[in-house]
Write a protein that binds this ligand. Structure first.
Ligand SMILES: Cc1ncc(COP(=O)(O)O)c(C=O)c1O
Length: 390
């Protein structure tokens, strides 16, 4: 196949040079603006999926685009061994934005990498080799992150997990007592599970995990890669539920599309860090830091978390219609529970110009829209849902 630099549409799957690991939706994105994806012939799709929860500010955001262009002109990259004010500034701003008493920030490139480092620290601090995770969890595709991902045995691909793993049934307080013990290095949990279908684990369950970790000397790790950085209408779920983890991982919305993730550590964990203990080439690069700063600035100056809370409540009021029997989750991490298979609803909505997500629960359509979504956009969804089963 000869690739043309002027090609306006993607080749058929069998002609593609890309590894065939993603099923392709029947819509090609040529460009995007606001909450709209635009095809090669100008056709428009309302984006309620945000590129897997990433595009927090939507598309073509002026402040974010200009901040990245400016950083590219001034210095696009430098090693973490050379101090840069943009890096220090981004870490400080992230700690303030989090509104949680974390002491330091280690920046990496992806959610899985942030979780990998969090687990590594927990194992090293305790000298233990057992980690507890929750049924339904998704933590990423690297060795440690996939070891704590529910159901990963079928695609894990490594000969063995790097440590012993137990999974807890959601909401089962007795199982916490039984499984989290003096041999446990860490409990890792998504406070609102994403891929599972926007499953809110709730304050009492998270508080019980905290209490048990304290009792046995294990680290509590919140994976807020999907639910964090404002997606649930507050900076982090830890704050919403009043449960402080020892470590928190954040990614996705954090860079609004520029790859960046971070591991936030408590004072106690930070005190164990030494030169050379963690490392990365690209993590914390100046472009990533400029993206974090611009995303925080836009969220705050445009009061986007208020918008998430208001429009989320509107979705709950108006989208219980057509095939939807219940709405679960928080903020803009919502699951529409459907009476018919979610895959069907997803495909029918896409045919009507609305992109949603699915979940590992086959009866949940997942919504992860940009934080700028307005009521008028939700009206398009609720009308389409009503029409589906009219
Ligand atoms: C909760 C959670 N943790 C970790 C990850 C992995 O992040 P990444 O794909 O950036 O490695 C994801 C990705 O979907 C996620 O939803």
């Amino acid at each position: 196949m000869t690739a043309s630099p002027h090609a306006t549409s993607t080749p058929a799957p069998h002609e593609s040079a890309l590894a065939p690991v993603y099923a392709q939706y029947p819509f090609e994105v040529a460009r995007a603006e606001g909450v709209w994806l635009i095809g090669p012939r100008g056709e428009r799709v309302l984006d309620l999926y945000g590129g897997h929860a990433v595009a927090a500010l939507g598309y073509g955001h002026a402040l974010w685009s200009e901040a990245l262009a400016e950083q590219a002109r001034s210095c696009q990259f430098q090693t973490n061994a050379l101090p840069m004010s943009v890096r220090e500034h981004a870490a400080q701003r992230l700690l303030v934005f989090a509104e949680l008493p974390f002491a330091s920030v280690f920046m990496v490139n992806s959610g899985a990498e942030a979780n990998e480092n969090a687990l590594r620290l927990a194992l090293r601090m305790s000298g233990r080799a057992h980690v507890v995770a929750i049924e339904g969890a998704f933590h990423g595709r690297t060795a440690a992150a996939s070891a704590v991902t529910w159901g990963s045995q079928s695609w894990y691909g490594f000969a063995r997990t790097p440590f012993d793993v137990s999974f807890l049934p959601r909401g089962d307080l007795q199982a916490i007592e039984a499984e989290v013990s003096e041999r446990t290095a860490a409990v890792i949990v998504e406070p609102v599970q994403g891929l599972a279908g926007a499953v809110d684990l709730g304050a009492p369950y998270l508080a019980a995990l905290r209490a048990r970790c304290d009792a046995v000397g294990a680290q509590l790790i919140f994976d807020e890669v999907q639910c964090g950085f404002g997606r649930i209408g507050v900076p982090y779920a830890a704050r919403l539920y009043g449960v402080m983890p020892d470590m928190l991982t954040t990614a996705k919305a954090l860079g609004n599309g520029f790859p960046v993730a971070a591991l936030l550590t408590s004072a106690q964990v930070s005190a164990t860090l030494k030169i050379g203990l963690l490392g990365t080439t690209y993590g914390g690069g100046p472009m990533a830091c400029a993206a974090v700063l611009a995303t925080i600035e836009a969220i705050e100056s445009e009061r986007l978390l208020e918008n998430v809370r208001r429009v989320s409540a509107y979705i709950r009021r108006t989208c219980l219609t057509g095939p939807v029997s219940a709405v679960q989750g928080e903020g803009f991490l919502l699951g529409l529970r459907t009476r018919r298979p979610a895959k069907q609803i997803h495909a029918e909505l896409l045919r009507r110009g609305i992109l949603t997500g699915t979940a590992s629960d086959p009866d949940v359509v997942r919504l992860l829209p940009p934080f700028i979504l307005q009521e008028a956009h939700v009206d398009l969804l609720s009308r389409a849902l009503t029409d589906l089963d009219a």
